[in-house]
Write a protein that binds this ligand. Structure first.
Ligand SMILES: *[C@@H]1O[C@H](CO)[C@@H](O)[C@H](O)[C@H]1NC(C)=O
Ligand SMILES: *[C@@H]1O[C@H](CO)[C@@H](O)[C@H](O)[C@H]1NC(C)=O
Length: 186
C-alpha cells in the first residue's frame, strides 16, 4: 500500500512537472507572432528547456536551423533542375545565397547562446545583442529572398514552392527573434 501511494505520488509529481514545463513554453510563446507554431515546435523539448529562457531561445534557433537546412537543400536541388528559365534560375541562385548566409548566422547564434545564462551584465548584453543582430539579419535575408519571388515575372510552381519553403523558415526565425528579444528585457 505504501508502495502504491508512493508510486501515485511520483506519478502526480511527474505529471505536474510535465504540465508546468509545457505551460512555460505556452506562456513564453505568447510573445511570438506565430504562437501555435512556437508551441508545436518547442513542446518536444520541454524537458530539456525546463524554465530556462536561454535554452528556450537555443531550441527556437535549432528548429529554425533545421527548417533552413531543408530549404537550402530544396533550393540546391531546384538550381540543378533543367526546367528553370534563366530568370528563375538566377532568382533561385540569389535566394540560395541568402539562405546560406542566414544559415551561418543561425549557427553562430546557437553557439553564442551557449552558457549565456551563466554570465551577467555587460557580457550577457554583448552576447545577446550579437545574437539579436545576426537573427534580425537572417530574417532580412529571408525576406529579400521572398521579394525575388513576389513579382509577376516568376509565377507558377517555382514561385509558390519557394515562397512556401522560405515563409516557413521566416516564421520560425521571427519566433526565435521574439523569444530572444523578450529574454533580453526579462
Ligand atoms: C528536423 O526536421 C525533421 C524533418 O523536417 C524532423 O523530423 C526533426 O524532428 C527535426 N529536428 C529538430 C531538432 O527540430
Ligand atoms: C550554399 O551552400 C551550399 C552548401 O554549403 C553550397 O554547396 C552552395 O554552393 C552555396 N550556394 C551559394 C549560392 O552560396
Amino acid at each position: 500500500m505504501a508502495n502504491l501511494t508512493l508510486t501515485l505520488f511520483t506519478l502526480a509529481v511527474l505529471f505536474l512537472a510535465g504540465t508546468i514545463t509545457a505551460d512555460y513554453i505556452t506562456s513564453s510563446c505568447t510573445v511570438t507572432t506565430y504562437p501555435r507554431l512556437c508551441v508545436q515546435s518547442l513542446s518536444p523539448y520541454a524537458e530539456t528547456i525546463k524554465h530556462n529562457p536561454a535554452e528556450l531561445a537555443r531550441f527556437a534557433l535549432k528548429v529554425t536551423l533545421n527548417q533552413s537546412e531543408s530549404a537550402q537543400s530544396f533550393l540546391q536541388k531546384l538550381t540543378e533542375s533543367k526546367w528553370l528559365n534563366s530568370r528563375e534560375r538566377s532568382a533561385v541562385g540569389d535566394c540560395l545565397e541568402e539562405v546560406n548566409d542566414s544559415l551561418d548566422r543561425v549557427r553562430n547564434s546557437i553557439r553564442e547562446l551557449n552558457g549565456v545564462d551563466r554570465v551577467k551584465g555587460r557580457e550577457f548584453l554583448l552576447h545577446m545583442s550579437n545574437v539579436q543582430t545576426w537573427i534580425s539579419s537572417a530574417l532580412t535575408d529571408e525576406n529579400t529572398c521572398m521579394d525575388g519571388f513576389s513579382g509577376q515575372e516568376i509565377g507558377g510552381p517555382v514561385q509558390s514552392s519557394v515562397r512556401i519553403q522560405i515563409s516557413d523558415v521566416a516564421h520560425f526565425t521571427s519566433n526565435a527573434l521574439a523569444l530572444i528579444n523578450h529574454y533580453l528585457i526579462l
